[in-house]
Write a protein that binds this ligand. Structure first.
Ligand SMILES: Cc1cc2nc3c(=O)[nH]c(=O)nc-3n(C[C@H](O)[C@H](O)[C@H](O)COP(=O)(O)OP(=O)(O)OC[C@H]3O[C@@H](n4cnc5c(N)ncnc54)[C@H](O)[C@@H]3O)c2cc1C
Length: 536
């Protein structure tokens, strides 16, 4: 293994502290009423491991004793994901659920043996990839089991095979996204999957959550690029994906993709890969008004000429981007937009990938044909590309100064986009009072699009977790019936109560039946995906 993510860092994204410039702080005070008094972080309490000596010894026999860890840092480092509430818990507001041990198998066969051992010893198993879940997907819940372990897949980090003729690559589940690109680069290939959690998230995690990357318009969502899966379950191994397309019954592979570790542990994924683009071009444009912007993106999607990256910010998100950037360039952009008569600027970032300049130019021409957009040029597009992984660092900086900052997402059909956006915005504002709610579309389809919300409010120092829980519940209620409870963050523990409204009681029965077959004793990821009364 050539690299490891430092999972001990759970109260922020990276070791480097984030930084907010004074003008941004001033703007935040004005818009949210923030007074910037913060409660100092305190490390959470960690109780003793409840894994029995017999279970620990048996797991040690499978993976080697050094790969069963019960020390405080290892356990705390796999306690929960990286949502705002997770970060709060690791700063001392509420207690994270801490696994009794961390188990690090080195091969798919060891994963299968770990599962059998956990069944024998009544131990719950939480599959853990990059640990970037923002929906409670890796919360160390034990359900009705005697103990719970985090099954960290970091050692499954190899490129298994490449078939350049078929453009297929098989990667082990613990390979992180940057490592996948590095492993495929010598073959001239890429997965093209670039979510904002790119730096930490894994191939297995993407498959388990039906992730969507920033270039999903060009490369597809993750489930579109999964050609096959290898799944370890307590009752045996399951391999799926014999051909590029098949009429051999329902697509069972898609039952595994998105199963969030409740049906089995994905150990390998066969991926449809593409030639690495040699040329990438990103440009910024402005559209006057959100409604107009939505019309443009819908037309691009329905005419099948979306750029590989297509991202439309609403007026508030555009305002925040400009306010946080500050400086003379921002003032110049504002003056330019005023001069062009733009009253409600909405930033549209478009990015094209291709083998050469000619291909990129062709794609650009097709996208822009017939649309009158106000150009901001490549500097604005490039600035977005450079900063596209900065969100989590900005979140750390905002948390440092006492901001409640979180995101949530959904998707719906074009005809319902205005209603859904208004409903979610309204619910968040009602719950939080003075706050900033921003929204963007970054995944568009012929029939609809995702809506991604970012919320900024002054943190309630008395009950920060409760403050967000109330707002999140209000937003989830608003989404129910209008859109999906998750376009790409998945269900986890947080959205499980809302799944029935989306897939129906029969849908839950089908999932529960699959779980009874593959995980009869219910050791796999208790409390996730299926609501509590449907798990067994
Ligand atoms: C700052 C930030 C930005 C994000 N941006 C995006 C984005 O742009 N697009 C997007 O789609 N998501 C995004 N996410 C959410 C998250 O990164 C994705 O859900 C990602 O797919 C999770 O990958 P992971 O390896 O970290 O999985 P984990 O968080 O470790 O696990 C996620 C779920 O999958 C299960 N799981 C993990 N590995 C396996 C396996 N091998 N077999 C079976 N089950 C498994 C876990 O038990 C858990 O339920 C973001 C998260 C953060 C914190």
């Amino acid at each position: 293994m050539t690299e490891r993510i430092d999972h001990t860092l759970r109260d922020r994204w990276t070791p480097e502290a984030g930084h907010l410039p004074p003008h941004a702080l001033k703007w935040l005070r004005r818009r949210t009423g923030l007074d910037a008094t913060t409660t100092p972080a305190r490390p959470p309490a960690v109780g003793p491991s409840e894994l029995s000596d017999a279970a620990r010894a048996a797991l040690g026999e499978v993976v080697g004793p050094g790969f069963v860890r019960v020390d405080r840092d290892s356990r705390l480092g796999r306690a929960g994901g990286l949502s705002y509430v997770d970060l709060l818990r690791h700063r001392g507001a509420g207690e994270p659920a801490v696994p009794d041990a961390v188990v690090l198998p080195g091969t798919p066969e060891q994963v299968a043996d770990v599962l059998r051992t956990c069944v024998e010893h009544d131990v719950a198993v939480v599959p853990f990839g990059g640990g970037t879940s923002v929906v409670g997907g890796v919360d160390a819940l034990r359900g009705d089991k005697a103990a719970v372990v985090a099954l960290d897949l970091a050692r499954l980090d190899a490129l298994v095979s490449v078939d350049p003729v078929s453009r297929l690559a098989v990667l082990q589940a613990g390979v992180t996204a940057p490592r996948a690109d590095r492993l495929l680069a010598p073959h001239g290939l890429t997965v093209g999957h670039v979510p904002q959690s790119y730096e930490r998230a894994t191939i297995g995690g993407f498959a388990a959550t039906r992730s969507a990357g920033q270039a999903s318009s060009g490369y597809g969502r993750f489930e579109d690029v999964v050609e096959g899966v290898r799944l370890a379950t307590p009752v045996g191994e399951w391999r799926l994906g014999a051909a590029p397309a098949s009429a051999a019954g329902p697509d069972l592979k898609q039952l595994v993709v998105g199963s969030e570790g409740v049906l089995g542990v994905i150990t390998e994924v066969a991926l449809r890969v593409r030639p690495r683009p040699r040329v990438e071009r990103y440009e910024g444009f402005v559209v006057d008004g959100w409604e107009r912007g939505v019309e443009v993106v819908r037309a691009l999607a329905q005419d099948r000429v979306l750029a590989d990256v297509t991202r439309l910010s609403d007026v508030d998100e555009t305002e925040v981007s400009l306010a946080l950037a500050g400086g003379w360039k921002t003032r110049a952009v504002r003056a330019y937009l005023r001069a062009r008569g733009v009253r409600r600027p909405c930033l549209l970032v478009l990015g094209w990938h291709g083998r050469d300049r000619a291909e990129v130019a062709r794609g650009r021409r097709e996208t822009l044909r017939g649309h009158r957009l106000v150009p901001l040029g490549t500097p604005m597009g490039e600035a977005w590309r450079r900063g596209r992984f900065n969100g989590p660092r900005q979140r750390d900086a905002l948390m440092e100064v006492g901001v409640c900052v979180e995101t949530l997402e959904t998707a719906t059909h074009w005809s319902r986009i205005p209603e859904l956006r208004d409903a979610v915005r309204g619910a968040l504002v009602d719950a939080l009072g003075r706050c900033v709610v921003m929204c963007h579309i970054s995944h568009a389809y012929e029939t609809g699009a995702s809506l991604y919300f970012t919320v900024l409010a002054a943190r309630d120092p008395g009950d920060p977790v409760g403050q967000w829980r109330v707002a999140k519940a209000a937003a989830s209620e608003a989404i129910t019936g209008l859109g999906t409870i998750s376009h790409h963050h998945a269900v986890g523990a947080d959205h499980a109560p809302y799944l029935e409204a989306e897939v129906g009681a029969l849908g839950l029965e089908v999932l529960a039946a699959a779980k009874r077959v593959l995980d009869p004793t219910g050791v796999l990821n208790p409390g996730k995906l299926l609501p509590p009364d449907r798990r067994s």
